[in-house]
Design a protein around this ligand. Structure first.
Ligand SMILES: Nc1ncnc2c1ncn2[C@@H]1O[C@H](COP(=O)(O)OP(=O)(O)O)[C@@H](O)[C@H]1O
Ligand SMILES: [Fe+2]
Length: 189
């Protein structure tokens, strides 16, 4: 699907602020794809649609998680986690994107997962460092992303977990498993 059509399709699903964020994720994902050797078109499409379900009503997302037999542990954690797997489902159903790599990059963009693919890492990181993001620590991750995808990803996941702990929130365990997986497989370079 061509970029402009994809942007047109996602625009109606998002607020203006979230659409601007999406453009930032798209541009960042393309840079990262070229830097780390991923498919640029897949990165572009996954980025454009990563937050497709962000503004669906909670009840609709919950129903989809149950009906489609998704991981029902999600229902006990922050509902902010739901738009990622539900988004993958809806993008396939409503936008007819069937590429499993793109759909998985959308599905795991919030929680991460053990054994993340290159494209999944790029979308997770692009979402974290796109130019519209302003929070403590983002600049450090941007610098790391220039030299090591793995190190940048580890830092962004550490920050996310710390952020949740400081706010007294639950941490969906897949993110902790993602962190351990990246640390165990980390190359020192
Ligand atoms: N493991 C986790 N457990 C609980 N909440 C999480 C976890 N990982 C991320 N979140 C929260 O999910 C929310 C949405 O994350 P994300 O999809 O990455 O960003 P966006 O807000 O741009 O959609 C964030 O508030 C984040 O703190
Ligand atoms: Fe998101």
């Amino acid at each position: 699907m061509d970029r402009n059509l994809a942007l047109l399709k996602v625009k109606g699903q998002l607020t203006e602020h979230r659409y601007t964020h999406t453009i930032g994720v798209m541009e960042t994902a393309i840079v990262l794809a070229n830097r780390y050797g991923a498919d640029e078109k897949k990165a572009e499409l996954a980025a454009i649609f990563h937050d497709y379900a962000k503004f669906r009503p909670k009840e609709e997302m919950k129903q989809i998680i149950v009906d489609e037999r998704m991981d029902d542990r999600l229902l006990q954690f922050n509902s902010e986690l739901w738009h990622a797997p539900v988004g993958a489902f809806l993008v396939q159903k409503e936008v007819q994107i069937n590429d499993a790599e793109i759909l998985n990059a959308i599905r795991y963009h919030t929680s991460g997962r053990v054994g993340m693919t290159l494209l999944e890492k790029i979308i997770y990181l692009a979402d974290y460092i796109e130019p519209g993001r302003h929070f403590p620590g983002v600049e450090e991750v941007r610098d790391l992303a220039d030299k090591s995808l793995e190190q940048a990803l580890i830092k962004s996941i550490q920050n996310t977990i710390l952020f949740l702990l400081k706010k007294d929130q639950l941490v969906f365990p897949d993110t902790v498993h993602t962190y351990n997986d990246l640390m165990i497989n980390r190359r020192i370079d």
